[in-house]
Ligand binder design. Structure first.
Ligand SMILES: Nc1ncnc2c1ncn2[C@@H]1O[C@H](COP(=O)(O)OP(=O)(O)OP(=O)(O)O)[C@@H](O)[C@H]1O
Ligand SMILES: [Mg+2]
Length: 255
């Protein structure tokens, strides 16, 4: 079983320009993430973690080198093709939840349907299933303001899952949560990875997230300095940690 990487970076460099000053952020990143991996991306503040995630998510096209997602070179896609790929393949989860406060949880989760032009009854069913999946199906009619931080993040995760993407990109998803709630969210991510086979890339400052990960990718001075199998790997399988958990969980997740 040699699957090709779901994410591949080859010689990626990225700088930001403010006025006449050019600040290099990524200085030649090579990376391959196999389908089914749960990766943590760590590094000091300003080391480029969010920048890296935004490149994977096709949110930023100003870079050099090659970024491929699901076998497609993002640089070769038109804007329309890129947003189609993003809709189909990628879900985003952020520290700030980014929910629309005047919409119900169900409507928030169904937001991606507006972009995909799905019919409303179908999209509401789908949204309800996504809310059920993350354990807050009974709060679908509530406004986000009536929910706790952990519940809001679950709504945001349900929204990210709405289009059933194979890849979730999470930028400090537990950064606004207390440690117990953060732990529950990490457990949910681990479950989505094991049971639903979703590939997760989680930017984090927290060691708990990294310890749940199959692989920790460390950014320093614009390069990856650590991350077993990070460089030039052809369809790297998750490491032993993953192999340890998968046999049991494959059975659990068979519903
Ligand atoms: N839009 C921008 N314009 C100019 N510089 C930027 C921009 N976005 C980020 N940077 C700079 O790029 C570098 C990397 O930023 P990035 O947000 O990727 O870091 P990070 O590792 O996610 O940090 P944090 O842990 O604080 O979220 C920083 O020096 C930052 O100031
Ligand atoms: Mg960041």
């Amino acid at each position: 079983m040699s699957e090709s990487p779901i994410v591949r970076f080859e010689g990626v460099t990225k700088s930001y320009r403010t006025g006449k000053v050019e600040t290099p952020v990524l200085r030649g990143v090579d990376l391959a993430i196999a389908p089914g991996e749960l990766c943590a991306i760590v590094g000091t503040s300003g080391s480029g973690k969010s920048t890296l995630l935004n490149l994977i998510g096709g949110l930023d096209r100003a870079y050099s080198g090659t970024v491929s997602v699901a076998g497609q070179d993002l640089g070769a896609l038109s804007d329309a093709e890129l947003s189609h790929l993003r809709n189909e393949k990628v879900g985003f989860v952020f520290q700030q939840f980014n929910l629309l406060e005047h919409l119900s949880c169900l409507e928030n989760v169904a937001m991606p349907a507006i972009f995909a032009r799905r019919t409303l009854p179908d999209s509401h069913e789908r949204a309800q299933r996504a809310l059920d999946r993350v354990g807050i199906g009974e709060r679908s009619r509530d406004l986000p303001q009536n929910l706790s931080g952990g519940q809001k993040q679950r709504v945001a995760i349900a929204r990210a899952l709405f289009n059933r993407p194979p890849l979730l990109l999470c930028d400090e998803p537990t950064g606004n949560l207390d440690s117990k709630t953060g732990q529950q969210i990490i457990e949910l991510f681990a479950e989505l990875n094991r049971q639903d086979g979703i590939t997760l890339i989680i930017v984090t400052h927290e060691s708990r997230v990294s310890s749940a990960a199959h692989r920790v990718i460390r950014l320093e001075d614009g390069r990856i300095v650590d991350g077993r199998g990070a460089v030039g790997v052809e369809g790297a399988p998750p490491d032993e940690a993953a192999a340890e958990v998968s046999p049991t969980t494959a059975a659990e997740g068979s519903t």
